[in-house]
Design a protein around this ligand. Structure first.
Ligand SMILES: NC(=O)c1ccc[n+]([C@@H]2O[C@H](COP(=O)([O-])OP(=O)(O)OC[C@H]3O[C@@H](n4cnc5c(N)ncnc54)[C@H](OP(=O)(O)O)[C@@H]3O)[C@@H](O)[C@H]2O)c1
Length: 261
């Protein structure tokens, strides 16, 4: 049965490879590739990176859309995560990658969770490995990945299961990585509340502004405390700021045996 074979692949245990990373901004050449930059979370990632002085390259299926969104503040490479050849120029010379790519769910069968959230992420990971310059890859995934009966799997072509396989492609790639699994995304301003982190996909469902997910992604880049870490994130109305050092220090790296799904 298909679901069972997907689940079996999810629990496959592969050795993790560790490595050192440098904080973004500490060294000169820090070109950051943002995939899914024209999306609602990706736009915030680009804004945050530019505000912090990074050089940003965006991967977009439409150069015109990317130019409309960002003008000439970023480099643009037209490409599609389903097309590995198109990713080669996108990753060339890149130091960090943030992916906020997401499939079209049921809306476009050609751009399905299987094609984008699994194969597309795996294509990006392979391209990043081949580039040889990528020091840290941050992937926006989702809460609920470990729950096969989650309604999203029923309603959106097993999206969480495919995202789980995409996570594994990164987790076991040998690249330094952080996997950020948000709760429900909302388009409210970021930086207005705290951010609660969880691990093990046991957190209660909650919501988080896309802008705050972007802040987590950018804060993770090149941060040794965020390396080989998988975390869930939701908004924390009990706080109004985030102490990033404490936030990441409280997290545990993924085990050598792999993640339990
Ligand atoms: N919605 C939620 O509540 C929720 C909750 C948890 C996690 N998430 C996940 O969080 C991430 C960000 O969500 P979002 O709502 O901000 O996303 P979004 O607005 O739907 O944006 C998705 C981005 O992915 C790009 N994309 C789609 N297919 C592509 C392809 N084949 N090749 C290259 N780029 C492609 C889109 O580019 P185009 O402009 O070319 O279409 C767009 O930039 C997604 O992975 C989503 O599944 C969502």
């Amino acid at each position: 049965m298909r679901l069972i074979s997907i689940l079996s692949a999810l629990v496959a245990s592969v050795s993790l490879v560790s490595g050192s990373v440098a904080h973004a901004g500490e060294q000169g050449a820090d070109l950051v590739l943002v995939a899914g930059a024209t999306g609602r979370t990706g736009r915030h990632v680009v804004t945050e990176l530019l505000a912090q002085g990074h050089t940003v390259r965006v991967l977009s299926r439409s150069e015109a859309s990317a130019r409309e969104a960002f003008g000439d503040t970023v480099q643009v490479v037209e490409g599609d995560v389903r097309d590995p050849d198109s990713l080669v120029p996108a990753v060339a010379g890149v130091r960090y990658i943030v992916s906020a790519v997401g499939s079209s769910g049921r809306a476009d069968p050609e751009n399905s969770p299987e094609a984008v959230d699994y194969h597309g992420v795996r294509n990006m990971v392979e391209a990043a490995k081949a580039a040889g310059t990528v020091e840290h890859f941050v992937l926006v995934s989702s809460m609920g990945i470990t729950q096969p009966t989650h309604p999203l799997n029923r309603f959106a072509n097993n999206i969480l299961l495919w995202k789980g396989l995409g996570e594994n492609a990164l987790r076991f790639s040998g690249l330094d990585y952080t996997i950020v699994r948000p709760g429900g995304l909302v388009d409210e301003p970021g930086g207005k509340a705290g951010i609660r982190a969880g691990q093990g996909d046991t957190m209660e469902q909650g919501y988080i502004p896309r802008a705050d997910v972007a802040r987590v992604c950018v804060a993770a880049l090149g941060n040794p405390a965020a390396n080989r870490v998988t975390l869930e994130v939701i908004g924390d109305p009990d706080r109004d700021t985030v102490d990033w050092e404490a936030f990441f220090a409280a997290l545990e790296a993924d085990s050598q045996e792999g993640i339990s799904f």
